[in-house]
Design a protein around this ligand. Structure first.
Ligand SMILES: NC(=O)c1ccc[n+]([C@@H]2O[C@H](COP(=O)([O-])OP(=O)(O)OC[C@H]3O[C@@H](n4cnc5c(N)ncnc54)[C@H](OP(=O)(O)O)[C@@H]3O)[C@@H](O)[C@H]2O)c1
Length: 212
């Protein structure tokens, strides 16, 4: 499948490399292709483009841009290039302007995922993967052989089921549908706890497991 990954950081690079490894036709999007020079020599199968070129290329899109810049990045991607497509939103609305620990730019009664869905009503936004570190997103079996949960939120049931198939191809076993896009508030508001666990455990290679 043609995949467009918006974002050149750890997440965009990890998702792009894994999608290429799985045989997808990948383009990774950035405002500055020069920053991906070293990465692209190691990942020659992935193309590099602007946000707009990447969004036009992808049949399925990923938002792996900084939460504070996501709305701007998606505007640069072009509403027409997002229309009708699944947009897997991995971003977190973290505000590091006052240092560590970060606070949230949006919370409680709204979320970044909802802001993105409102800004692009024709895109099929599915929030997922934002609750784990980049490596674990794409190699979930590296922790407890995959015996832990990933969440999905979104209004479009078919889009969530297509994203669940993709997550399974990454190695995810336990995929928990939290509900419509408003449930992304909870997944985003988990981040303050994630950040504290990261500090306490001194590693990002962990996740939560639901027990009943
Ligand atoms: N790092 C993780 O393990 C992790 C885990 C879970 C969720 N997340 C979330 O995933 C997203 C990506 O994280 P990351 O660590 O890979 O990288 P990041 O440093 O948070 O984001 C880098 C990307 O954001 C773009 N960007 C930044 N400011 C922008 C602006 N004002 N307008 C347009 N684009 C802008 C950059 O564009 P250029 O390419 O042009 O520089 C770059 O592509 C974030 O929302 C983060 O919270 C990260």
């Amino acid at each position: 499948m043609k995949m467009g990954v918006l974002g050149s950081g750890m997440v965009g690079q990890a998702i792009s490399a894994r999608l290429a490894e799985l045989g997808h036709e990948v383009m990774i999007g950035t405002r500055d292709p020069n920053k991906l020079g070293e990465w692209s020599t190691l990942n020659q199968k992935a193309k590099i483009g602007s946000f707009a070129e990447t969004a036009a290329h992808g049949e399925m899109l990923f938002n792996a841009t900084n939460g504070a810049g996501s709305l701007m990045a998606l505007e640069m991607a072009g509403a027409g290039n997002l229309s009708g497509k699944i947009l897997v939103d991995i971003s977190n609305p973290l505000d590091f302007s006052k240092g560590f620990p970060p606070s949230l730019i949006v919370s409680n009664t709204d979320s970044l995922a909802e802001q993105i869905q409102r800004a692009h009503p024709d895109a099929r936004v599915v929030k997922t993967l934002n609750t784990v570190t980049a490596r674990l997103m794409v190699y979930p079996r590296e922790v407890a052989d995959g015996d832990h949960q990933i969440f999905v939120s979104g209004n479009d049931v078919d889009a969530k089921s297509q994203v669940a198939e993709l997550l399974k191809s990454f190695g995810w076993i336990h995929i928990l549908d939290l509900g419509d896009i408003t449930s992304a508030r909870a997944a985003e508001m988990y981040l303050p706890l994630w950040v504290r666990m990261y500090g306490a455990l001194n590693s990002g290679m962990f996740n939560v497991k639901i027990v009943k």
